[in-house]
Design a protein around this ligand. Structure first.
Ligand code: FE2
Length: 342
């Protein structure tokens, strides 16, 4: 951009009086007067504006700086607005693109829309209308990117959940264990005041994946029928650490539930020896739900115990192994069930 333009733009930026949206916009226009006018108007409406007069500079600036939107004239010397649009869709697909043109040309408009322009506007465009169109286009891109991130997140959770299932089907004693732990942990969480929906979702996923790290534990140890020796215990106790590694692309809250699921309220658990409220709430819930499900399931060395026996054992461990504030909530939830694994 010419230095005189830069000076005028920075002067105009200082004069901005209206509350800004703070969105970064690149304006590309070969008519310098028009460029200055559009840039100044957008700055006054609160955008962070950069400007340039041709396609080559636009590509260069886009490669160096982050923007939310580009406002581009179609008729430029050298690369046209249409060429810039193709470049943007290939290299900066999240960028909102508003095409401006001086000619009412339906064929161009259709081609621009087909190539991914969000808006195609005929000049002159009143500044507030332009601002609205830019904001609409930015919002559209943000919603699309949020949806893409969400589905990526769901795919990852599904993949890890599949790992847990593949582990559980190898062992009749733990079949559906994680699903049952998830169900009970979330049923207790539902009774707690002030837990956001997001926190509950993280607890649900953390409970479901709490033992995912066991896929790194040798099956000879996992399926051993007799008591484990000291070395084998050391290996078993590493599974929350493996779980933390496997869940590293999920939110930190989920990772921490998995990492600290064997911590005890009195600080005598593993892997870190955290105590009381240092332990993430989700891990404290998993500790209760996991123990309950283990007690109520058959084991190689004993039959499943009754719901009442399980509740008694967990009540006995309240304040030592288990969070004493959660145990009464657990009891209330479990007492409402007709069957231990309802
Ligand atoms: Fe575990």
């Amino acid at each position: 951009m010419a230095s005189s333009l830069e000076h005028e733009l920075s002067t105009s930026r200082m004069e901005t009086v209206q509350p800004g949206t703070g969105f970064g916009v690149l304006v590309v226009e070969d008519d310098e007067d028009q460029l200055l006018l559009t840039a100044a108007q957008l700055q006054k409406l609160g955008f962070e504006v950069s400007a340039c007069i041709d396609g080559e500079s636009a590509k260069d600036i886009l490669g160096r700086e982050k923007f939310h939107a580009i406002v581009c004239d179609f008729g430029l010397p050298g690369d046209s607005g249409g060429d810039i649009l193709v470049h943007v869709r290939r290299h900066h697909s999240d960028l909102a693109f508003v095409m401006l043109t001086g000619h009412d040309d339906v064929a161009r408009a259709v081609e621009s829309m087909r190539n991914g322009a969000d808006e195609y506007l005929l000049k002159p465009v009143p500044p507030r209308e332009l601002a609205t169109k830019i904001l609409d286009a930015i919002e559209k891109h943000e919603l699309a990117s949020r949806a893409a991130k969400k589905s990526e997140f769901e795919r990852m959770v599904q993949g890890m959940s599949g790992m847990v299932t593949s582990l559980e089907v190898k062992d009749r004693y733990t079949l559906h264990h994680s699903r049952k732990v998830e169900r009970l942990a979330i049923a207790i969480a539902e009774q707690l005041p002030d837990l956001s929906d997001q926190a509950k979702m993280y607890i649900r996923i953390g409970a479901r994946l709490h033992d995912v790290g066991k896929i790194a534990t040798p099956l000879t140890i996992l399926h051993k029928e007799g008591p484990l020796n000291d070395e084998e215990w050391i290996v078993i106790k590493e599974h929350p650490l493996h779980g933390e590694r496997i869940t590293r692309f999920l939110p930190r809250e989920v990772q921490k539930i998995v990492r600290f699921e064997h911590e005890r309220w009195d600080g005598k658990g593993y892997t870190e020896g955290l105590a009381e409220e240092q332990i993430p709430l989700g891990s404290r819930l998993v500790m209760i739900a996991d123990t309950y499900d283990a007690i109520c399931s058959d084991r190689p060395y004993r039959d499943a115990m009754s719901k009442d026996e399980a509740v008694r054992i967990i009540r006995d461990g309240s304040g030592t192994q288990f969070d004493p504030n959660l145990v009464p909530v657990f009891e209330k939830v479990v007492n409402a069930l007709d069957h231990p694994h309802e």
